[in-house]
Design a protein around this ligand. Sequence first.
Ligand code: FES
Length: 291
Amino acid sequence: MRELPIVKALAAVEDASTLDPVVTRVQRVVDAVLAPRALRDLLHGVPAGHPLHPVLVLVPTGSWISAAVLDAMPGQERAARTLVGVGLLAVAPSALAGFADWAASHEQQKRVGLVHSAANLVATALYGASYLQRLRGRSTSAKLLGWTGLGAVGLGGFIGGHLAYRQAVGANHAEDVPHLVSPGWHEVAPLDELPDGELTGREVDGKPVVVLRRGDRAHVLSDTCSHLSGPLSDGALTTERGEACVTCPWHDSVFSLRTGEVVHGPATSPQPAFTTRVADGVLEARLPNAG
Ligand code: FES
């Protein structure tokens, strides 16, 4: 079975640098609107441990699909109108969450994300018009606008699938680490070869890690950022709530160096954190859930 032409079209959109001036303008607006970090963390889904956008889109999508079914049945005008209205009310939070994630993505993802949001904007406009027609009692045009809107929602959803599964936006990019590191203790480096109080990159069982040594103790995290694979060892050593953290150099996610927990997004999944010990002057690390 071969790919649908739309998949090839989306691959072309990934490389369509002609979209970049629009991306830059939208980015400026999103950065201004979502300036408070606590708001961005919430919209990314940091407290939930995974992106919030896919959850929030269930409300407009589900409402509009249900309205489309009711529109095909006689005597359901009032219920269908309510569902179209509920969907319209739910657009803003899901769009904000989507734009928060979009603003912290790679350029190819931003281009596709722009087309995704355009399809959803068209869908929202069609459902807005459909709702107005329902208020005016123009049932036939309201239904036609609704069904057309559902087509736009479907297109937006398809592009969202491309973003999530082909381009891995929102996925945990550190999920594979416990499957690639073998169980047990592994040598990291002689302790006195590690800089004291600075982040440094090393390998554990052939996998990159970021190490912070402080005296005769050390923290070790997987180096590949769970957000979009940025190299944490090139990041900054920071302090949050009195705890040593690493800030990713790509989109500023902040992780606790002790636990790997996400302190600030856009990452929502923790960094795999190694247990450490010093044996005969050599730092060793073990991943508790390896294998
Ligand atoms: S790769 Fe995006 S924050 Fe690390």
